[in-house]
Design a protein around this ligand. Sequence first.
Ligand code: G1P
Length: 292
Amino acid sequence: MVRKAVLPVAGLGTRFLPATKAVPKEMMPLVDRPAIQYIVEECARAGLDDVLLVTSTGKSAIEDHFDRRVDLEAALAEKGKDEELAAVRDLAELAQVHSVRQGEPLGLGHAVLMAAGHVTADESFAVLLGDDIVDPDEPFLERMIEAHERTGRPVVALMEVPHDQVHLYGVADVEPGEADGEFRIRRLVEKPSADEAPSNLIIVGRYVLPGTIFDVLRDTPPGRGDEIQLTDALQTLAADEPIVGIRLDAERYDTGDKLGFVKATVQLAAARDDIGPDFLTWLRGWLAEQQG
Ligand code: G1P
């Protein structure tokens, strides 16, 4: 059974400076929840109740966010603010949140390797990258876990992008797999040029991996960008026996850059039961005004 999730959150968030000078990128709010909360909620929904944050200097606000805050709870209780109290308390119950420091920013593969003290070699675990938020109503991670349990192979999420974007991602060479939307991956290339890319199916930030990946990562030399790449370690495993790709068919919000972040904010706000209807009414009116 897969119970543990590893969340690499050590990045500097330079694309969002100056917002991320004193606040971790992962704590930037989408409506009223920090981006990282959507990810931990996704873990909890998929039954992953043990979350390891791979952090760096300046990221302690993330740990605080998932901890109890008794002074705040007492103040909310005294004022009779029951809804807010429940929201604050429930957060600490979502999962057991642990953390480990990456120390040096040596790449995603290196960040995942930091989990080796927490996840054993015979345990499988999920890796979720914070820039990709998946529609909260879709059980996509559950499907990935199911595929891993069925096949015993590493599972990665895949998505089609236009050819001029493949250089930003890990790209998969695929054959049809056991089920609809499932692929066998024989080869992966990290951030290839459009010419070198084997397809336009890219890795999105969701992985379900066996603990044996740690040994492979230890032997993986720095690759693209002089960083230890998770894609390269997966390529080593895929060369032995195909790994599994699952096409992400749920809505995905890429919050990794400013435009994506604003789009995600708009979409998530529109989907909300509380503010969604009023927000959409306002948005339609505002757009009509802009056009008029
Ligand atoms: C990482 C991975 C890449 C993957 C991407 C998904 O890249 O190395 O293979 O496609 O995440 O977001 P990064 O965005 O950290 O450069």
